[in-house]
Design a protein around this ligand. Structure first.
Ligand code: GLU
Length: 377
């Protein structure tokens, strides 16, 4: 059975991009009779925004995207907050240290900054001089016993020799990524000095431990794919399949941002948009163009029904599930045109008014959006 996850960080409200990621996870899981998990990636306490988990959950509920496992729901894959899974990350860090794939670094942040600046002045794209890689085992043990703070880094040098099966990264939507390893930072940090994992370690450990079969996430994580695949290889684990979803753009080609209008799902809830129209709009913006670079064939069902709907085809959530085809998503950046949302919204409303049940649902939605917009009334 396929198992997916939507893994937002609780750093603020859910944006359209996050909703689109959750939606595609939902469509793919439901299409293949699988499930999806809501996992909260809260390992960066400095960026934590109180209330954001509730905000994410209520936006998903409003949109009708019900997760199978996650906060507030029992299930076999918890805990669902990464801050409650630290022992797991520590045990994987230990494995990587013991196998020599990772090492402790005791450099202070001042020293790291000055090393980085020095290296940059020489025109190098190396960001760390690997000074701590040459510490002897005894020296490391002595410094740990003395309570000196350290971080843990992946030893990237020589991975090609050490990992006979080092993979060339490939993505269901973006295809084969040539020379992707070249852009990796020098010996990326896996465990921070506060003993919290970085995103990279936590996400590969959780995807493995939770039994995730497919990772659908934003394009901004594509450069991290080689590192994630290296981590799986170092740990001798098989990775899930990856599909990165292209960045969303305004009609003028600029990146969506708060300054340019509504990007938070809450804005759309407050304004009383039809959730199904919003999902319809988001889903079709990246839909159905057969990408030329050839995605990796995956376990999806037959690709025979591939007459791509046009981006204003009226589709309910169950129709979207029915017609969803992951490898056919475009790798080009997706333009979200507000005029198309208006059109879809009007037609979804008209469709729902054709039934009594639809009128009741709509009346409830209007009263809910009044409550969201004016919470004190
Ligand atoms: N926590 C990451 C984010 O909020 C998710 C990355 C992932 O899905 O692996 O962008």
């Amino acid at each position: 059975m396929v198992l997916l996850r939507f893994a937002p960080s609780p750093t603020g409200a859910l944006h359209l991009g996050g909703l689109r990621t959750a939606l595609y996870n939902h469509l793919y899981a439901r299409k293949l009779g699988g499930k999806w998990i809501l996992r909260i990636e809260d390992t960066d306490s400095a960026r934590y925004v109180p209330g954001s988990v509730d905000g994410i959950r209520s936006a998903l509920e409003w949109a009708g995207l019900g997760y199978d496992h996650g906060p507030g729901k029992d299930g076999a894959h918890g805990p669902y907050f990464q801050s409650e899974r630290l022992d797991l990350y520590h045990s994987y860090t230990r494995k990587l240290l013991d196998s020599g794939h990772a090492y402790r670094c005791f450099c202070s942040s001042d020293k790291l900054n000055s090393t980085r600046e020095k290296l940059a002045r020489t025109g190098s794209n190396v960001t760390y001089d690997k000074a701590c890689l040459s510490l002897t085992e005894e020296e490391v043990a002595r410094r740990v016993r003395a309570g000196e703070k350290s971080i843990v880094r992946l030893n990237v040098s020589g991975l090609d020799d050490r990992l006979p099966k080092r993979q060339t990264p490939s993505d269901v939507i973006f295809g084969i990524l040539k020379d992707a390893h070249a852009s990796l930072p020098t010996d990326p940090v896996l465990l921070k000095s506060d003993l919290f994992p970085t995103y990279h370690l936590a996400s590969i450990v959780d995807d493995h431990e939770m039994g995730i079969t497919h990772v659908l996430r934003g394009e901004e994580w594509l450069p991290s794919l080689p590192l994630h695949l290296d981590l799986y290889s170092c740990l001798n684990l098989s990775p899930p399949q990856f599909a990165h979803l292209p960045i969303l753009l305004n009609p003028d080609g600029t990146k969506m941002s708060k300054r340019k209008g509504d990007v938070q799902v809450l804005d759309f809830m407050r304004r009383g948009w039809e959730p199904e129209a919003l999902l319809n709009w988001l889903a079709l913006a990246g839909w159905g163009v057969h990408h030329e670079n050839g995605g990796t064939p995956d376990a999806s069902p037959s690709r025979t029904s591939l007459q791509a709907p046009d981006s204003t085809t009226l589709m309910s959530l169950s129709e979207l599930i029915d017609q969803f085809d992951l490898p056919s998503l475009t790798h080009r950046r997706n333009i979200l045109d507000p005029l198309k949302l208006e059109y879809l919204n009007k037609h979804h409303l008209m469709r729902s008014w054709q039934t009594n049940e639809g009128i009741e649902i709509h009346a409830k939605r209007v009263s809910d959006s009044v409550k969201i917009a004016f919470p004190s009334r």
